[in-house]
Ligand binder design. Structure first.
Ligand code: FMN
Length: 204
């Protein structure tokens, strides 16, 4: 049975990564400890399950369509995702989806690394997702997809440029964002101490 969503947010530790690995179809094969802690599931409940086990009903279908289209083309993608925990609470994450290939260029796995989504980005994306969701409910997914690409055309931005503009960071800083605390400390002691650096921007 699906959990019933409740309007309560789970606060994430901004330094921690929520990671999972799936087979080519999105069946969960591995999830890290922080994934378990935040989602409220145990390993035996998650492994072998489709990843939509944590899908929140507030997420428009079109976002996952864009994500899967990109993964099938072998392109990585970032997305802002609202997830549903076992107890019905929600948590917003910025997710980096990546695909792994074997030597014959067949997809063997997908990986998702997630970190707490910055509040101002959630504020902006939530408005768009609500619009997409209501189009999907009242029309259909195809119409929502057209609206989504129409919006990007109007802004003269690719999907990736749009996400960067919502996050208000550079693609370079986005790479650093997904390092875990130890990796980050090694690489960014200088950046962290810099007044007005990207960490300040993301979590102000
Ligand atoms: C590596 C990987 C990680 C994923 N992580 C999530 C996630 O955190 N939340 C989510 O709702 N869907 C996630 N998905 C997408 C789901 O597989 C699924 O497409 C989505 O939940 C939409 O569900 P639906 O196809 O039943 O509409 C992930 C997929 C992959 C390949």
């Amino acid at each position: 049975m699906r959990p019933t969503p409740i309007d309560k947010e789970i606060k994430l530790d901004p330094t921690k990564v929520i990671m999972s690995k799936t087979d080519p179809k999105g069946i969960i094969e591995y999830a890290n400890e922080y994934f378990m802690e935040i989602s409220g599931y145990e390993e035996f409940e998650l492994m072998g399950q489709p990843h939509n086990i944590i899908r929140h009903p507030d997420m428009p279908k079109v976002v996952f369509k864009v994500m899967w289209d990109r993964l099938h083309r072998g392109e990585n993608i970032h997305a802002l995702v609202k997830n549903l925990a076992k107890d019905g609470r929600y948590y917003w994450v910025l997710t980096n989806f990546e695909t792994k290939y074997d030597d014959d260029n067949n997809i063997i796995a997908h990986y998702a690394r997630r970190k707490a989504a910055p509040g101002n980005a959630v504020y902006q994306i939530e408005k768009l997702y609500n619009t997409l969701l209501s189009i999907e409910k009242n029309q259909n997914e195809e119409v929502a997809e057209k609206y989504f690409y129409g919006m990007l055309e109007e802004k003269r931005k690719s999907y990736d440029e749009f996400i960067l503009s919502v996050l208000d960071i550079s693609s370079q800083d986005l790479k650093l964002y997904f390092l875990d605390d130890d990796e980050l400390q090694k690489k960014t002691t200088n950046i962290k101490n810099k007044k007005g650096g990207f960490f300040k921007k993301l979590f102000s």
